[in-house]
Design a protein around this ligand. Structure first.
Ligand SMILES: Nc1ncnc2c1ncn2[C@@H]1O[C@H](COP(=O)(O)OP(=O)(O)OP(=O)(O)O)[C@@H](O)[C@H]1O
Ligand SMILES: [Mg+2]
Length: 493
């Protein structure tokens, strides 16, 4: 009797050990497949139980079926139709039909063991979250033992699956957070209490990573040719509500700052233009008077006298004044009467060159226009005037012979903006280094009295800046000068 009891006790011990081992094994499972492998191994002792089919509802209430086929694990997801009854079913026709529909083969004898998740809300507790389906050929007398065996293990299986789903949810939400953070176009960084970077998004690493940390807290920062506005907010990362960290958002304001400057520049130029136009109008009449007086008096003055040469000089000076006035008036009116439109820089260059035929004829002219359209958003007549001025300067610099190369192209500037460019290269004497700062000044000229007014480049620069562009040049003494007009490239429609 006592030996019988002790054998029973030994059996019980052995069973508990096996159960503990199984639970331990499940603890090391990292995926649902791992859980399957462990369940299958556990069922090996029951020759009349076939491969397990594990079905478990995922976060989106779809049923994920994991099963063995030809020795390896496969997976299927179905949307509805499974029984969520919380009781163990033995050879239930509905269960057999359900699996037969999914797998396309009959399931004669089926044991359905419901699995319940502890994540479930209390009002839903009566429903199952998954099922372990076992096809079997168990004999009647084996059923009770097997059911006891499997019941002991259901709790452990559902805990393991719960853990895996929670881990997956955590991974998903952290991945979503990371993706969101990284897909922000503006640089964003989170700083710790000592100013160290805790996290930074991709835009931050691409645009600001090599900036020293001290500079990152200013109100605005300039870096790599770009300007950023910095918006910083305190946040608490971790378990306290007390903000210990800072999140900084860097907004690239390069373009809007430039537009603001252009607008201001444009307004200044408009005011200046109006004033210039007004003065020009007022001066033109008295100048015409002086000039015609001089013209009238010149023939009357005796040849070879100082009087005659003074009168001639007065006439030349008055003529020069009128030229300046004509230029100023053109500049002050043209820009306001006409509107900026989308044009091809190639067309503007071609038209301007045709106007300058008589001037360029003396030189070897090479024109290389971009093979595709170079769209810009400008007032065409003013733009023509700019190219006219620069080409005229180049011809005037070369005097009798030389080579003039005119090119158009689209490119990217240092800050990555798309630009349209026209370059005008001459083989003239070049611009002396000490004059390079001065050539854009109003009324700066090296040309003889009566030849140049010194307004060509200064006006050209104002015009180009009004359209958001700039003029630059390279020059080598004795070799020549290349002027480049750079304008924002219009995005194609
Ligand atoms: N391609 C060039 N090569 C050498 N010097 C140049 C060239 N372009 C301009 N310059 C210098 O810059 C000065 C200023 O040019 P800008 O066009 O403003 O006035 P200008 O040609 O003298 O007179 P305006 O154009 O009003 O008739 C010129 O006088 C000349 O000294
Ligand atoms: Mg000029």
């Amino acid at each position: 009797m006592s030996t019988q009891r002790s054998r029973k006790a030994n059996d019980q011990d052995a069973n508990i050990k096996k159960l503990v081992k199984f639970i331990e094994n499940l603890g090391s499972a990292r995926t649902v497949d791992d859980v399957m492998v462990r369940i299958r191994a556990e069922l090996k002792n029951f020759a009349r139980v076939k491969e397990p089919i594990l079905a478990f509802a995922d976060a989106h209430h779809r049923l994920r079926l994991t099963f063995y086929q030809k020795g390896s694990i496969h997976e299927k997801t179905v949307t509805a139709g499974w029984s969520r009854r919380p009781d163990i079913r033995f050879n239930d026709v509905k269960d057999s039909q359900y699996l037969a529909n999914i797998f396309g083969r009959p399931f004669a004898r089926l044991l359905a063991i419901p699995i319940r998740s502890r994540r479930r809300r209390s009002d839903q507790k009566s429903k199952a979250d998954g099922v372990l389906y076992l096809e079997h050929s168990l004999k009647k007398e084996e059923v009770a033992t097997f059911l006891k065996f499997i019941e002991d293990r259901v709790e452990a299986m559902s805990s393991a699956l719960d853990r895996l789903f929670l881990e997956q949810q955590l991974k998903d939400s952290s991945l979503m957070w990371e993706r969101t953070f990284d897909s922000l176009q503006d640089p964003v960084a989170i700083f710790g209490s000592d100013g160290e970077i805790l996290r930074a998004n991709r835009a931050f690493s691409e645009q600001l990573a090599n900036l020293s940390v001290d500079g990152l807290f200013d109100e605005t920062i300039q870096h790599d040719g770009r300007e950023y506005e910095v918006h910083s907010y305190p946040i608490s990362v971790g378990h306290t509500d007390r903000p210990s960290n800072t999140i900084s958002h860097y907004i690239d304001v390069t373009r809007s700052t430039r537009l603001k400057k252009q607008l201001m520049q444009g307004e200044k130029m408009a005011a200046l233009g109006q004033l210039a136009g007004h003065i020009a109008h007022e001066l033109n009449n008295p100048l015409t008077g002086i000039r015609s007086m001089a013209q009238l008096l010149i023939p009357q003055a005796p040849e070879g006298t100082n009087l005659k040469s003074d009168l001639i000089e007065a006439e030349i000076a008055a003529e020069r004044c009128q030229k300046i006035i004509t230029n100023l008036r053109e500049f002050s009116t043209a820009g306001f009467e006409q509107k900026q439109i989308r044009v091809d820089l190639n067309d503007i260059v071609t038209k301007t060159l045709s106007l300058l035929n008589s001037l360029t004829r003396r030189f070897e002219l090479i024109v290389e226009l971009s093979s595709s359209e170079v769209p810009i958003f400008v007032e065409p007549h003013l733009t023509q005037q700019v190219i006219f001025n620069i080409v005229k300067n180049a011809c005037e610099a070369m005097t009798d012979s030389g080579q003039l190369v005119v090119k158009t192209y689209a490119a990217k500037d240092n800050s990555g903006e798309s630009i349209a460019a026209v370059s005008i290269e001459d083989s003239g004497p070049g611009i002396a280094p000490e004059l390079r700062e001065k050539v854009f000044e109003f009324f700066f000229t090296t040309k003889a009295v009566g030849e140049g007014t010194g307004l060509g480049l200064s006006m050209s620069r104002s015009i180009v800046e009004r359209f958001g562009g700039r003029i630059e040049f390279d020059s080598t003494i004795g070799k020549g000068t290349t002027f480049r007009v750079l304008l924002p490239l219009e995005v194609s429609e």
